[in-house]
Design a protein around this ligand. Structure first.
Ligand code: HEM
Length: 323
């Protein structure tokens, strides 16, 4: 495997993300290598990975990105009202004396409403988008990879809509879930922890997410070939979100820049505005906010380099409401 080096300054990260000489790593190639080594047929997984624009480059990337952009733009008019219906539950969730997990009771239902609104023609089997994203985590066990691969195979074969259309919707949901739910959870936790005991309506909410669940992304120099003995090549891990950046710099790189800039940015920003405006109308206070994480939030260079997957996996956000 190539060596991973960290680029931690804003200017250098931005330059690399915009550079034509660097492109994303191919996870599909990593599955091809497993097939060559172990003889396991990962073709459904490879087909899905080759429809995730975040890991593609060149003409194929442009083609898939265009299709996803058209889908997501069409979904926008359904997504905002769907999100609003869940956000309207906040006053009854955050009533004095209650203790609840905001991820289970609010953030996950909000995501499910957005994901359902993503497509009216393709039903994604429960949990499959989550399982699909685990295929990117290099700690994922081979047995789990094989199981998910088989679920993707069944999904491709099970309905009349063409396989690629179905995989595009699965891909959108797989790419959107962890970044959006993680970023909302981490951001609410930071805001609540900094304002314990203060009325929700008197908090000064930031216009953009103050914390990101995607602190890094990887790039590799163009021409890299996974089939060759590429030990001499380097993966460059670009920092996207860091306490060391100014607020403006964090806002600029939150969704990436250049050819791979996030397609979920408009809906994610709209959802954040809806959440903060709903919270701004509430008189209650948060007495305690306890976050549990499946992975830590990387802060040091060593932690950023050691990340096995590009995003922070969040668990529960347990809050206690005061009067
Ligand atoms: C706060 C929430 C989100 C954050 C912070 C975020 C962040 C990012 C970042 C940093 C990238 C670029 C990665 C790179 O350059 O390697 C990206 C790409 C992408 N995001 Fe998001 N994202 C969010 C929500 C969403 C949602 C809700 C969706 C879809 C429903 C989505 C779909 C995508 C897609 C399709 C790409 C790939 C674009 C391409 O490669 O051409 N994202 N996101």
């Amino acid at each position: 495997m190539p060596q991973v080096v960290l680029v931690e300054t804003f200017a250098e990260s931005k330059r690399l993300l915009k550079s034509k000489d660097h492109h994303p790593i191919s996870i599909a190639d990593q599955y091809r290598a497993i097939t060559r080594r172990l003889g396991i047929d990962f073709s459904p997984t490879i087909r899905l990975l080759e429809l995730l624009p975040v890991f593609l480059h060149g003409d194929r990337h442009a083609e898939v990105r265009r299709t996803m952009a058209v889908n997501l733009t069409a979904a926008r008019s359904r997504q905002e009202p769907a999100a609003q219906r869940i956000i309207e539950r906040l006053p009854s969730l955050l009533t004095p004396g209650k203790t609840l997990d905001l991820v289970e009771n609010f953030v996950n239902p909000l995501w499910e409403a957005l994901a359902d609104a993503n497509s009216t023609t393709v039903a994604i089997p429960p949990g499959l988008a989550n399982e699909a994203i685990e295929l990117l985590d290099n700690r994922c066990r081979l047995r789990e990879r094989v199981q998910t691969n088989e679920r993707i195979r069944e999904f491709i074969e099970s309905e009349p809509v063409t396989a690629d259309q179905r995989l595009i919707v699965l891909g959108q949901n797989a790419l959107g879930k962890a970044p959006l739910t993680g970023t909302i959870t981490l951001s609410l936790h930071q805001i609540f922890s900094a304002n314990l005991g203060k009325r929700l309506c008197s908090i000064d909410y930031p216009k953009r997410f103050p914390v990101s669940a995607i602190p890094v992304t990887d790039r590799i120099s163009a021409g890299y070939n996974v089939h060759s003995d590429a030990n001499t090549d380097q993966v460059t891990r670009c920092v996207l979100h860091s306490k060391k950046f100014s607020t403006e710099e964090r806002d600029e790189l939150l969704y990436g820049v250049g050819e791979h800039a996030c397609l979920g940015r408009p809906i994610s920003n709209a959802v954040w505005s809806m959440i903060t405006s709903a919270l701004s109308n509430l008189e209650s206070t948060i007495v305690s906010a306890e976050l549990t994480l499946e992975t830590g939030v990387p802060e040091t260079n060593e932690e950023l380099l050691a990340m096995n997957i590009f995003f922070v996996k969040t668990g529960a956000l347990k809050v206690k409401i005061g009067s």
